[in-house]
Design a protein around this ligand. Sequence first.
Ligand code: MN
Length: 205
Amino acid sequence: MNREHSDTKKTKLREYRDKREFRKTTEPDGNSKGPSGKPRFVIQKHDASTLHYDFRLEVDGVLKSWAIPKGPSTDPSENRLALQTEDHPLDYAGFEGVIPEDEYGGGTVIVWDGGTYRNLGEEADEDVSMEASLSTGKVKVWLDGEKLKGGYVLIRTGDKSDNKWLFKKMKDDEGDARRNPVSTEPRSILSDKTIEEMTEDMKDD
Ligand code: MN
């Protein structure tokens, strides 16, 4: 990693670091280096003041992030609201546990889904990079997760300063109107715990 890249990463994670007290939360501080290879995605179920699902895509050394209040749908006819949040460090992808209640984002987190992804914009005739897709407000990715598979699209609903996006399944063989993994597959892909079990187990420590 060259110096210019590190500086960019530092700037990108400023908001993430400013919001957290790393002496009090076990969340990563973003100082470790991520692995190489295919870019990753992760979806964390987060029982904060309101329950939501944090969808994160590895782009240029950070995790671009959106909070999806209702969680992802495998039904191509359903739009899900996705609110863009601050970039997170790569090692956040493996985080689950309990963020102290009086800290930013306080509550229980499990890694609900994850894997690698492909930028479908890059494969199309236009050859659009992830950075360009994010900038224009239309991101098409193919997810290879344990629960979510296939094409998904993120579309920004307002102008560039707007954090509101829509997240939806694209029409392909992986689309399924009945599966509803948010309710039928509640467990962590790392610990196999539900968010309730994680909360209970952390109390016992
Ligand atoms: Mn969250």
